[in-house]
Design a protein around this ligand. Structure first.
Ligand SMILES: Cc1ncc(COP(=O)(O)O)c(C=O)c1O
Length: 442
């Protein structure tokens, strides 16, 4: 609240909003002032059902008491501890708890403050790992078209969303991209992994033939692409990437910033799809989105490769002032405890079919050209208005908000990722409102 007691600020100009149409927003502001469980409250008092877990991050729902209390307590006990050459117990405890829920030997954790920092950290680990092993020619990074890996220079370079890349010059050199896996002619109205497209993993073989494996450090993919509009993997695709990487001494990185922490009905997509990467990038759901934090998991053999040379020397010249910050660590511990206590990862899996049935019931609704679901993620793709890409979905976003539903759009795709506590009734509400919205927009 401002000094006047109003919840509405009277000057919106100074804040340059991220990934936002600033002028449109400032002419018709949309302000959240409170949240609880599945709902936001807007400045005019209206309740809005959150079908996007904030920005794919509030997996346990809003303002959960255990997490709020842990943050409150930690802030009064140890607010900050230097992250370099000093430590505090909760960062170690959180890393150990994370290692315990991660698949296989992904048992060492490097803390960051966001998904973007986690991606860049993973890429740096991959490059430095090969150098530490005496394989310094492995410097090339391979991403994929349509990928989103955050907005820092490494992530942008391996990313494949043209609108996020074209404004920023030449980006990192020595990066190449595999073809994306979106193939609506072969896969449409899909549930779970796609029937067709495992063959697209062979595109990595093409790039290896072009560049030679000895020049490639790592391949990074989202197990399910999120921000580009929800693209589940074709059956067998991730396993094939794993095999090709193994065959050629290339590290495989999974960007699980969206898929981690229960979103696909398992702790991580690596577990759900039965494919273990060498490095796993996470953030968002790690702290339920409440405090910025990211975590990069690496296999023991990668950590060990760095633990060489004189013991008084820093092994990896990388880190952030807030790596493993005490309040973030406390939030992370309380979040993991909430997930465990309420069985939220299992819950996501158990309501996946219901979620898919509900969203797929929109097949045949006006303007809908495709629907894709996996875990508690979904996408409803709309036919674009000719000559006005993204306009129809943005109208749907505004109309849905008016009707009390928060959705997210990317291009003409509506993406859903409700908190894992969503009830059957609320799933019905999401679909009913969306159905009204589709009937209402041009
Ligand atoms: C797959 C993926 N990687 C990285 C990021 C970047 O995360 P952040 O916005 O926390 O930097 C995102 C954000 O949506 C993401 O979806």
């Amino acid at each position: 609240m401002s000094e006047s007691g109003s919840t509405v600020p009277n000057n919106l100009e100074a804040f340059w909003m991220p990934f936002t149409a600033n002028r449109q927003f400032k002419s018709e502001p949309r302000l959240f002032v409170a949240a609880k469980d599945m709902h936001y409250v807007m400045a005019d008092g209206r309740k809005v059902l959150d079908a996007t877990a904030g920005l794919w991050c509030v997996n346990a729902g809003h303002c959960r008491p255990r997490i709020t209390e842990a943050i409150r307590q930690q802030a009064g006990e140890l607010d900050y501890a230097p992250a370099f050459q000093m430590g505090h117990p909760k960062a170690f405890e959180l890393a150990a708890r994370l290692a315990a829920i991660a698949p296989a030997d992904l048992d060492h954790v490097f803390f960051t403050n966001s998904g973007s920092e986690s991606v860049d950290t993973a890429l740096k680990i991959a490059l430095a790992y090969h150098r530490a092993k005496g394989e310094g020619t492995h410097t090339r990074l391979i991403g994929r078209e349509r990928a989103y890996h955050g907005v820092n220079f490494g992530g942008m370079s391996v990313g494949g969303i043209v609108g996020n890349r074209k404004m920023f010059g030449t980006l990192l050199s020595g990066v190449d991209h595999m073809r994306h896996t979106h193939d609506p002619a072969r896969n449409s109205f899909t549930r779970g992994e796609l029937e067709h497209g495992a063959d697209l993993a062979e595109d990595l073989t093409r790039l290896i033939a072009l560049h030679d494996a000895s020049t490639i450090a790592a391949v990074i993919v989202e197990p399910v692409s999120g921000s580009t509009g929800v693209l589940p993997p074709p059956k067998g695709y991730l396993k094939r990437l794993r095999d090709i990487c193994d065959q050629h001494g290339i590290l495989l990185i999974f960007d699980e910033v969206i898929t981690g922490y229960g979103r696909v009905g398992a702790a991580f997509a690596a577990e759900r799809f039965g494919v273990v990467p060498d490095i796993m990038v996470t953030a968002k759901g790690l702290t339920n989105g409440v405090i910025p934090m990211g975590a990069v998991f690496v296999r023991g053999s990668i950590y060990d490769a760095f633990m060489q040379g004189p013991e008084n020397l820093i092994e990896f010249a990388h880190g952030y002032t807030y790596s493993g910050n005490p309040i973030a660590a406390a939030a992370g511990l309380a979040t993991l405890e909430t997930y465990r206590e309420e069985g939220l990862f299992e819950r996501a899996r158990s309501i996946e079919a219901l979620w898919a049935d509900a969203l797929h019931s929109l097949k045949g609704a006006p303007k809908v050209v495709d629907i894709r679901t996996i875990g508690l993620i979904g996408a409803v793709e709309l036919e674009p208005i000719p000559g006005a890409p993204a306009k129809r979905a943005f109208s749907a976003f505004l109309k849905a908000l008016e009707k009390g539903l928060l959705i997210r759009t990317t291009g003409d795709i509506i993406a859903f990722s409700p908190p894992l506590i969503v009830t059957e009734g609320q799933i019905g509400e999401i679909v009913d409102i969306l159905s009204d919205v589709l009937a209402d927009i041009d």
